[in-house]
Design a protein around this ligand. Structure first.
Ligand code: ADP
Ligand code: MG
Length: 236
């Protein structure tokens, strides 16, 4: 092998220490059905990436792999500097809790709790001081325009308000990586825009690396890098 070829081979296979996400040849199947057919994806710190593709192309599967809740059958995946395939379950859980945030299509707030209580949950799990937790929740609720409805139960607010609170809950502990799965998929376009504006503003201010999967061009337009996906593969 020539020196140049060796260098290219090294660049292709060696982990990229600066990348927040570094996936090589990741394959996942559900039984016999392949959902990811060899995904290569590198995302640098602070990048804001939209992964776009039609329903069923593997977007949610990709996010589950990134979050470490689904194992890859093949390939290597480094996320936040950790080799997810080698981490113990307990350490993966800790990585997720401390350094990742997640937003889902249907918010998944606890309906019986107020928005304020929903927002404080991650900080309580991480063990902050009560006064500090209260102050941080208050600040996040204000910045998301939820001050007036902070003490309403999550089941009693509009879809857009609930989804903004879900964004707040995902970002309140200032995670390094935010994973969002069709975060506005259940909203009308007006509410969707307010949620994406709130999400992008907070992420940009905190310097969070962002991966949003969506099939919606309007959502993708908020982000600065676009990655296409089709039938379990990256395209374009
Ligand atoms: P997307 O989020 O892009 O709609 P998914 O990642 O949910 O796509 O699904 C990719 C493929 O894997 C689809 O063909 C889907 O039917 C299949 N799939 C997803 N989840 C499961 C599961 N838990 N069991 C079996 N097949 C699944
Ligand atoms: Mg999906």
């Amino acid at each position: 092998m020539t020196a140049a070829a060796a260098h290219r081979e090294h660049a292709r296979t060696a982990p990229d220490p600066a990348a927040v996400v570094d996936l090589r040849g990741v394959r996942v199947s559900y039984g016999q059905d392949p959902a990811l057919r060899g995904i290569d994806l590198r995302i640098a710190a602070g990048e804001q990436v939209a992964v776009m593709g039609p329903s069923g192309c593997g977007k949610s599967t990709l996010l589950h792999v990134l979050a470490g809740v689904l194992d890859a059958d093949e390939g290597t995946l480094r996320v936040l500097g950790e080799d997810l395939g080698r981490l113990r379950e307990k350490d993966r859980g800790q990585l997720r809790l401390a350094r990742m945030g997640m937003v889902f299509q249907f918010g998944d707030l606890i309906g019986e709790l107020t928005l304020r209580e929903n927002l404080t949950l991650p900080l309580q799990l991480l063990g902050g001081r009560p006064a500090r937790i209260r102050a941080e929740a208050e600040a996040m609720l204000e910045r998301l325009g939820l001050g007036e409805v902070a003490d309403r139960r999550a089941a009693r607010v509009s879809g857009g308000q609930a989804q903004r609170a879900a964004v707040g809950r995902a970002l309140i502990h200032q995670p390094a990586l935010l994973l969002a799965d069709e975060p506005t998929g259940a909203l009308d376009t007006v509410a969707a825009d307010t949620v994406m504006d709130a999400l992008m503003e907070t992420v940009t201010e905190q310097g969070t690396t962002l991966v949003v999967v969506t099939h919606d061009n309007r959502v993708a337009a908020h982000l600065d890098r676009l990655v296409g996906m089709r039938d379990g593969e990256m395209v374009g």
